[in-house]
Design a protein around this ligand. Structure first.
Ligand code: 5RP
Length: 218
């Protein structure tokens, strides 16, 4: 199977978490794209969605699915999203699609985070994928210098402005042995909006597409 076929298989498999009358939390990215397409079959049964990006909102609305402002939703059961890397502890790097801040906010409200990945995303240690950090534009150089002190090599993601009007620094060459600690440390740097480590709030359930099947890890 190609990586894209695996993304499709796992996106479709996640539909089993969509229950009648639910509000579903929807992530961002190419794997989630397949999940959104699969919602076509069940969209008549759900109340609507909360979305983690303008891109996912557009796709959901184009299908006639109502997208609620997160401020109008107290809680919901399931958030479905992809990841760039994930460990056996269900700690993740996310933000390859620059939607990390809204993803972190929406997933914080959800009771359960269902992470949908192809098997290339499973790693023993996080950090081979450059860690995205969303930064207030005026703080870009300062934050970059602070990230160097933490042992990383930050690179400005040229030409990208997040849905929140900020910029992204991708931090290379980190070997992240304590993701919970590093997530806190980076978030304490003034000017950082958030970073792409999802370790304090890890995934609850992981669906992994392999060459032959979709495996569920709880
Ligand atoms: C976007 C994300 C995505 O979930 C992550 O980049 C994985 O994307 P894809 O499913 O396209 O491989 O965090 O900000």
């Amino acid at each position: 199977m190609t990586q894209d076929q695996k993304k499709q298989a796992v996106g479709e498999a996640a539909i089993k978490f969509v229950t009648d009358d639910c509000v579903i939390g929807v992530g961002t990215g190419s794997t989630v794209h397949y999940f959104i397409s699969a919602l076509e079959k069940v969209k008549h049964k759900i109340k609507g969605a909360v979305s983690s990006s303008d891109d996912s909102t557009k796709k959901l609305e184009a299908m006639g699915i109502e997208v609620f402002d997160l401020n109008s939703v107290d809680s919901f059961d399931i958030y479905v999203d992809g990841a760039d890397e994930i460990t056996k502890h269900k700690h993740m790097i996310k933000g390859g699609g620059a939607a990390l801040t809204r993803e972190k906010i929406v997933s914080a409200v959800a009771k359960k985070f269902v992470c949908i990945i192809d098997d290339s995303k499973q790693v023993p240690v996080l950090g081979a994928f450059p860690l995205p950090v969303e930064v207030i534009p005026m703080a870009r150089s300062y934050v970059a210098r602070e990230l160097v002190k933490l042992g990383g090599d930050p690179e400005y993601r040229q030409g990208v402005v997040t849905d929140n009007g900020n910029v992204i620094l991708d931090v290379h060459n980190l070997k992240i042995l304590n993701p919970v600690e590093l997530e806190k440390q980076i978030n304490h740097i003034p000017g950082v909006v958030t970073n792409g480590l999802f370790a304090i709030r890890a995934a609850d359930i992981v669906l992994v597409a392999t060459d032959s099947e979709v495996i569920e890890i709880e």
